[in-house]
Design a protein. Sequence first.
Length: 317
Amino acid sequence: MDIERIHTPVMLERTLELLEPALRRDGAVAVDATLGMGGHTAAMLERFPSLTVIGLDRDTDALAIARERLARFGDRARYVHTVYDGILDAIAAEGFGQVDAVLLDLGVSSLQLDRAERGFAYSKDAPLDMRMDGTTGRTAADIIATYSETELRHIFQDFGEEKLSARYAKAIVKARETQPILRSAELVSIIHDATPVAVQRQGHPAKRVFQALRIEVNEELSVLQRAMPASLEGLNVGGRIVVLAYQSLEDRIVKRVLQAASTSSAPADLPMELPEHRPQFKLLVRGAELASEAEQAENPRAKPVRLRAAERVRSAT
């Protein structure tokens, strides 16, 4: 497998630019909370010679590849098998109190998409798995087999923002009465047959359903809701966080947490802001930044990305 070919880190230069004031500190420590195959981490370690990076990932395949790819950096690269809402425990386990930078590159990784047997891609036939950590938890096939029609409709609607969620849930429940739905091609066929021809012309009808199933299998949104405040808590004063989100549901969570952290807690009628009410963070970009047109053309996975960043400006106490 040519790792460099299949894995091009999204918005790499902009990410490094935003994190640089924190990463260039002598003895700086960063957390790559979604290590993947280590593309962002490799670039950070190459550019900042005194930096140590703690890489977190729930995917044991990704950790194995990252270990091999980053071996040349020795103990400057650390590895923790965990979901990224365990960031504070991971920092403590590596012997640190707080860190200088956190990177969260959310969503499904290149490795997971490109390995057909993982079942993430609707364009490739494979077992309906979709677990980011293949060692534990229920699969997409389990959800398809056991969720009620109402429950399926809700996850397609809430996590996939799918307008035909009711139609698809009904079709799946009817189909599974005849035989189990165990493979991605079987699910795609059911969705395709339940989709009006006019809608089929607007893009692949299974895209949002597969997104919804992946989010449900991996509890991605609830994990992110816990991981964002934990990540902020783990930063030193002057520490920085960059988050790359690839769909609106993730980006809303990130936006809400960063806005709250960068807003004064002083009551509106207070004549002056007391120090304890001042924001603990300041935003580093206005709104969400997009990848450049050139990067989007070169790397299609950069098209949906939304980048947000913040810096800790005072401690919590």
